[in-house]
Design a protein. Structure first.
Ligand SMILES: [Zn+2]
Length: 246
């Protein structure tokens, strides 16, 4: 979660899980004494957008890329977790959506929203705060952790790498980069993440080309050298799926 404060109230980039609402609300009241007036969902996953309903009931306007609203409005099956996520109640759906990009003013800040297609999901937004020089990348960026590519929600390795390239173009050496998971990062960290994705993807693609199946590829541990947290095999499986279907 990233917080932008203005005289009119707070803008939240992501609002965490629904069950976190009370604790978040108390912490925000303590720190800012201001209402949450706007929310941007970086994508539909409920560890990022699960607070929508409660914040909207308290008066916040929720904004997201159009595919976020579509997915939240319908039950979603996540095969990675073997879990059916029920549709959100209407109050939890973004009331304002955009398609490709949107720039809003909030207090003294220019907030630029850019849709990066088929990356972590099909509804990911990169959020750039121009004056603060901060980018929130949602789950396009897992810092220090193997990323999760949600194939059921339209994610792909190809789109994930393109999305990282978009963020790199939007940043400079002083940009603070907020990942969806892991610590705040620099552009150098993002470049290292990009190199990791490209090298692992090239390895998997090469092994597919010489006839290796998924089991052999996973067994060869093509990402082991990176020693990151998270689920290496799940990432390899998602990359494999991305290349055999495209
Ligand atoms: Zn996610």
């Amino acid at each position: 979660m990233l917080i932008v404060s203005s005289d009119a109230g707070l803008l939240l980039i992501d609002d965490q899980r629904g069950r976190d609402y009370d604790e978040t609300r108390v912490a925000l009241d303590h720190a800012y004494h201001r209402p949450v007036v706007r929310i941007v969902d970086t994508h539909w996953h409920l560890d990022h957008a699960g607070g929508n309903g409660r914040f909207a009931e308290a008066g916040a306007l929720v904004l997201a890329q159009a595919n976020v609203r579509k997915r939240l409005a319908e039950p979603q099956y996540m095969s990675a977790y073997k879990q059916l996520i029920p549709a959100s109640p209407t109050v939890g759906l973004p009331r304002q959506t955009y398609d490709v990009h949107l720039t809003i003013r909030f207090g003294g800040e220019t907030v630029r929203l850019v849709h990066v297609p088929h990356a972590h999901t099909d509804g990911d937004t990169l959020v750039k705060l121009d004056q603060a020089n901060v980018i929130h990348m949602g789950d396009v960026f897992f810092n220090g952790i193997f990323p999760f590519i949600d194939l059921d929600s339209g994610g792909s390795i190809q789109g994930l790498i393109r999305a990282v390239d978009t963020a790199l173009r939007m940043s400079d050496d002083r940009t603070r980069i907020v990942p969806g998971h892991g610590p705040i990062a620099t552009r150098a960290d993002l470049l290292a993440y990009r190199a990791m994705l490209a090298e692992v993807a090239a390895n998997v693609r090469h092994q597919i080309a010489i006839g290796h199946g998924l089991g052999v590829i996973i067994g060869s541990r093509p990402a082991a050298v990176y020693k990151l947290e998270g689920d290496e095999d799940r990432l390899i499986g998602a990359i494999y799926a991305g290349y055999i279907t495209h």
